[in-house]
Design a protein around this ligand. Sequence first.
Ligand SMILES: Nc1ncnc2c1ncn2[C@@H]1O[C@H](COP(=O)(O)OP(=O)(O)OP(=O)(O)O)[C@@H](O)[C@H]1O
Ligand SMILES: [Mg+2]
Length: 262
Amino acid sequence: MSSNTSPPKPYTQQLETIGFLATGIAHDFSNLLTSIVGQTSLALATLPQDNAARSHIEKAMQAAEFAAELTRQLLTYANSEDAPNELIDLNQLINDTIGLLNTTLLNGLSLQLDLANNLPPIEAKRAHMQQIIMNLIINAAESIENGQGIVLLRTGIEILREHDNRYKFANGRSPLPGSYTFLQITDTGCGMSCQQLQKIFSPFFTTKPTGRGLGLSTVLDIVSFYQGGITVESQPQLGTTFCIFLPLPTHLGIMPNLDLLH
Ligand SMILES: Nc1ncnc2c1ncn2[C@@H]1O[C@H](COP(=O)(O)OP(=O)(O)OP(=O)(O)O)[C@@H](O)[C@H]1O
Ligand SMILES: [Mg+2]
């Protein structure tokens, strides 16, 4: 895996600009968040255990810690060449990320997990993987307009053979033969038209009033960096399935467990 070389960036210029912006504001933002976390912990320390305001303040603190983590991730992404690769338990990271996302966004949703046992580790930068998981879950949750619906996350492994044409990767690449870990996210949300599907990976494309249109372009960029792929299937009013494929680090002797095959 050529993970130490620069990622092939399909939208290099826009993303470089974002990188500069992110680096510029992240430092100040991080200081502000430190102050928010500090002040809320002081407030908590002075409140009696049975005070009804405690749970609200604790949630505010969690949100501020989450925002601080996002800021760190943004910086890590902007300077991703500096961060080391790690062997990551994807299932564990999914659970951790869901813990961070435990906000009003997920209220009322049925978040279901179907995570493969004994999934081999992936080799990647943790911040990258967390961004993928977070962006895809947030999009899935946001697609469910009345808040009543299902978001299903599945993991497993898949072996792609020569001339395997089951998958069409969104980065235009033909999937290389090999063993992949996959993460699939299915929602029962609003779905997308064919025309919309053509545009969703472009930076700044959004259909949301407060969207930035950066989630999926970032996901695509990260997945391409790891020589992986992403597929998407969607039907208006019925829902959407994104699936990301990341090559197994077979150079480390990590081989697919055939029981996990898709
Ligand atoms: N699961 C989904 N269901 C339906 N539409 C989706 C889904 N995921 C993405 N989209 C569409 O793709 C667009 C681009 O998504 P993307 O994550 O890049 O940006 P965004 O969610 O609009 O903003 P943000 O930068 O805050 O993530 C969305 O505005 C939406 O129209
Ligand atoms: Mg998004």
